[in-house]
Design a protein around this ligand. Structure first.
Ligand code: LIP
Length: 304
């Protein structure tokens, strides 16, 4: 990683994200050719494919020796190697995009040695840009494209609170989850049982969390955890392209990503099972262990 100019790569990814953002805003979701993958809720649009083609073209021109893994061109079984690899979701939150719900983004990550090194997540509908370079902190810039503060936007270090409060127990936590596109089978049963247990009263064996939230985008969920606006994010079934950029941003904001199945503190980037907690002066490991306790002996399993 030492011989890579991560700052230059970061700046390139921001430029590509803004160009892709303009493309996303110009695409009218109501008249898009929509297809589906796994089932009727696993939606893909022509915009997803067009944005990924743009991103792939720009990045392969700028960094021809880097590998590229994108949601719309991924082939099952392809492994992420230790080589510098762009890991890209052109539109994360496609379902929201199709419905015109403004919680979608482009997620541009760079992994080196299979570790997130640069992360750029941009929601063009809200002009919110989350960025991070490994070892150099994480930031949220709002309003740059809207001309805020002379076009520079309002830039804040993450987490947004200068003195984040310690993480408490689950009954003091706002938890992000996603339903995903797999709506039957063991993984769906595990998820829905855990959702129910997270919310139930303690007298019935529940964790009584403050509430559950779903932004509809893994990348935006993780960025909200990085910002300190959510305490926890738990998901199984999403992919490396959903989480790579956000993972770098969260790590640089002091957060931790453990496995979405109990017991693994260092999940692989493409493990497809994640449990993320926000940066805090204390309580991170305890909260992860409490969450794993809620999962119990249940396990999610996904093909990579
Ligand atoms: C989405 C993920 C989300 C998951 C959805 C979908 P997409 O990515 O961000 O976490 O629950 O099923 O996979 O498909 O919008 O790029």
């Amino acid at each position: 990683m030492a011989d890579l100019n991560l700052q230059e790569i970061h700046d390139t990814l921001i430029s590509v994200a803004h160009e892709a953002g303009r493309m996303m805003l110009e695409a009218n979701p109501t008249d898009l050719d929509k297809g589906t993958k796994l089932n009727s809720v696993d939606i893909v649009t022509e915009a997803d494919k067009a944005v990924e083609a743009l991103v792939s073209s720009r990045l392969s021109s700028a960094y021809p020796t880097f590998a590229f893994v994108g949601e719309e061109t991924y082939k099952p079984g392809v492994q992420i190697t230790a080589a510098p690899t762009f890991i890209v979701d052109p539109i994360d939150g496609t379902t929201n995009f199709v419905h015109g719900f403004p919680s979608a983004c482009i997620s541009l990550g760079l992994a080196v040695d299979r570790i997130p090194a640069v992360g750029v997540v941009y929601n063009p509908w809200r002009d919110e840009l989350y960025t991070a370079i490994r070892g150099k902190g994480a930031f949220l810039t709002v309003g740059a494209n809207w001309g805020v503060e002379g076009g520079k936007g309002r830039k804040s270090k993450l987490p947004l609170s200068k003195n984040p409060i310690p993480l408490g127990t689950l009954d003091q936590s706002l938890v992000s989850i996603e339903w995903g596109s797999q709506r039957d089978g063991v993984n769906y049963e595990v998820k829905t049982e855990v959702f129910k247990k997270l919310c139930a009263v303690k007298e019935n064996g529940g964790a009584m969390v403050h509430s559950l939230r779903s932004l509809g985008s893994a990348a935006l969920n993780i960025c909200a955890v990085a910002a300190g606006q959510l305490d926890v994010y738990w998901e199984g079934g999403c992919w490396a392209w959903d989480v790579c950029a956000g993972w770098c941003i969260l790590s640089e904001a002091g957060g931790i990503v453990a496995s979405g199945n109990p017991g693994d503190w260092e999940p692989e980037l493409d493990s497809r099972k994640y449990l993320a907690v926000r940066g805090a002066p204390s309580g991170q490991k305890e909260l992860i262990e409490e969450f794993w306790g809620v999962i119990g002996d249940r396990r999610m399993e996904y093909e990579t």
